[in-house]
Ligand binder design. Structure first.
Ligand code: 6PG
Length: 253
């Protein structure tokens, strides 16, 4: 279905558009199959869109299953937890049944075991045994100024394209907070029906230009360049600062 670049110049527009794109995915999935599977992102960019999504109508939250594309391997009430941020911004504000929310199993013995357990939970919940790959209706991602996405950091071990590493992997932090992470792999991310990458700020403009205009890139150096849906849709949602170095070519559908 290809790639789409949407620029929402002002913050308010960006927040509204991000929430409406997510809501659209959830409604469409529920209408099609009776359930919507979504993987949320961490980071500061997504906080306001999640709060906006919480006040967006027309979503049957009883039919939404919420996972996390990555998280820090910390207690769920730790301020570093992506689940904890999403709980405050979205989950506690909508009638999603608690049993429909799947935080990272941070009580596992270690991040690697947590990753394996999370993959088991995803497979079991979505009814997708090995060797098939679960298809998320929506995976929401951010991007760091270094081009990382989820917790796929440049030149990190989780970028390995070895299937034996699993669909969900542990990774060491590539930036603060310096805690171990668990992250979806490219194989799982790229099997989604819709991938939404949202980025704001001038500090990301250089990377955004490189990824959207730079042709074939090394995803080990710029992991977000490895986000290429196998059969779904990729949407980049940018504010005018993050899009400020793009030429017209990157904006054509
Ligand atoms: C995380 C996120 C990470 C985030 C980017 C962008 O665990 O921190 O999943 O991938 O989305 O680092 O973060 P900001 O939105 O804070 O710039």
């Amino acid at each position: 279905m290809g790639r789409k670049v949407i620029i929402a110049p002002r913050t308010e527009e960006f927040v509204d558009r991000c929430a409406s794109l997510m809501a659209e995915s959830l409604r469409q999935a529920i209408a099609t199959s009776g359930v919507a599977t979504a993987a949320l992102s961490g980071g500061s960019t997504v906080r306001a869109p999640y709060e906006k999504l919480a006040s967006t109508g027309g979503i049957d939250w009883r039919r939404v299953l919420i996972f996390f594309g990555d998280d820090r391997f910390v207690d769920l009430d730790n301020p570093y937890s992506n689940y904890g941020q999403a709980r405050l911004a979205l989950i506690d504000r909508v009638p999603v049944p608690p049993q429909n929310v799947f935080p990272l199993p941070v009580k596992a013995a270690n991040p690697a075991e947590g990753a394996r357990e999370y993959e088991r939970i995803i497979r079991e919940t979505m009814g997708v045994p090995e060797p098939n790959i679960p298809i998320f209706d929506l995976i929401h991602l951010g991007m760091g100024p270094d081009g990382h996405t989820a917790s796929l950091f440049p030149f990190s071990t989780a970028l390995s394209d070895s299937a034996s590493s699993g669909l969900v992997r542990m990774n060491h932090a590539g930036l603060a907070p310096w805690v171990d992470r668990v992250t979806f792999s490219f194989a799982l991310i790229n099997n989604a029906r819709r991938i939404l990458i949202s980025a704001t700020g001038k500090n990301k403009a250089g990377r955004v230009k490189e990824v959207l205009e730079g042709g074939q890139l090394d995803s080990k150096r710029i992991p977000v360049a490895g986000v290429k849906p196998e059969h779904g849709e990729l949407i980049w949602l940018l504010d005018s600062d993050a899009a400020s170095k793009l030429g017209a070519a990157a904006l054509t559908p």
